[in-house]
Ligand binder design. Sequence first.
Ligand code: FAD
Length: 436
Amino acid sequence: MARKEQVANWGNFPKLEAEVHRPGFVDEIRAIVKTSSHLLARGNGRCYGDAALNERLVSTLQLNKLLAFDAENGVLHCQAGVLLSDILDFIVPRGWFLPVTPGTRFITVGGAIAADVHGKNHHRDGCFSDHLLAFEIMDGQGQIHECRPDQHASLFWNTVGNMGLTGIILSARFQLKPIETAYIRQETIKASNLDAIMDHFEASLDWMYTVAWIDCYQKGTNAGRSLLIRGEHARLGELPSKWQKQPLQLKPRRQWSMPFYLPAFVLNPLSIRLFNFLFYHKQLRAVQKTVVPYDTFFYPLDAIHHWNRMYGKPGFTQYQFVLPKSTSREGLPVILDTIRRSGQGSFLTVLKLFGPDNPKAIHSFPIEGYTLALDFKMNPSLPVLIAALDKLITQYDGRIYRAKDACSRPELSRFSPLARDQKFRSLQAKRLDLLG
Ligand SMILES: Cc1cc2nc3c(=O)[nH]c(=O)nc-3n(C[C@H](O)[C@H](O)[C@H](O)COP(=O)(O)OP(=O)(O)OC[C@H]3O[C@@H](n4cnc5c(N)ncnc54)[C@H](O)[C@@H]3O)c2cc1C
């Protein structure tokens, strides 16, 4: 049974009244597809903007079964609505890990494929699609196709990164990576400005995971002041002895929750500036080495349920772009300065260095270069800032990430010819003029 409800993604902007279907079986999905003039699959709504919104939605959250696991070779077959968090609970104790993971584990496998997500290891391991062996997808006629990188290859590569516009992914098979422990050996390095942090990234290419947090309020020679966090899966011998007895088991982590939307005034330029200052200065040493549970390393924000309510009822947007390596050193300082001068600093500003892109993955976001992600609270002057940023991203040959986008101009997303099934559409595809 479908219900009308108000739906929004993680940024709580925009909101839409939609008819949401929650089928548990493939035949039910087929019946919905056949009787709909247009629709869209939806996973766990963890994209930020309007990519998972449409007047008619098919939630995949009931397609939540693990179908098969090859424990010797680390190949998992599951339905598309399974959450990465459930997969981790199953595979980590068995000595396996996700090949690529975003900064939250509360996304579905279908969402990971549709956005072709990247992690802190893009420079080493590429996107999710680089580890995807096969998936099944239902098209607008209700037909199911099994796609692999070299079988129904056109549908395979038109689906990854194309945000649900080719059909409903039903199940997937992908390769995992072996681990000895559930812990990460981590180093945090202080960098005094943007040039220094980029040098650290480029000197850390042999590290499996790298990411930096930037204080976007600094200017002049301090602009881009940041912390680089790099990590490797810890080997057994690298663990403190108290963890060596059960190296693949983690203690349940304490969960907090943001019970209500914070009033709009709490997050203001002053409080954001203070948070940024304290975050940088809480580490006293130039380099700090430690071993941490994998969830602390990959998913620090997941420890607080509903942290998105911190931005208040109007919601927020995450603006994530990538600039080619050739323009990054020139473009990033200009972009950071534009943001600082606007007074709309970001609570969390994250920088990563992407490795080479896969030329077959024509809709995927990453290209070789630096990607910056910033959170902005929705407010009446935000469109002016976004328009200025869009202009700069175009000038420096960059692109924006559709999984985060809620406000950008059409030109920035159309970086490859779009193929879609006429039946599938989203609010974002309409806004970005992708419907043809
Ligand atoms: C805190 C946080 C951190 C994040 N960090 C990263 C990161 O580091 N790297 C990164 O790449 N992304 C990151 N993301 C974005 C997130 O990984 C993607 O937006 C992902 O697509 C969300 O998956 P979902 O299951 O919630 O899908 P939804 O948000 O529900 O949908 C996202 C898109 O996938 C489509 N889709 C979902 N399921 C299916 C299906 N079964 N068949 C066809 N299409 C489908 C939808 O139509 C929509 O276009 C982050 C998000 C959050 C909230």
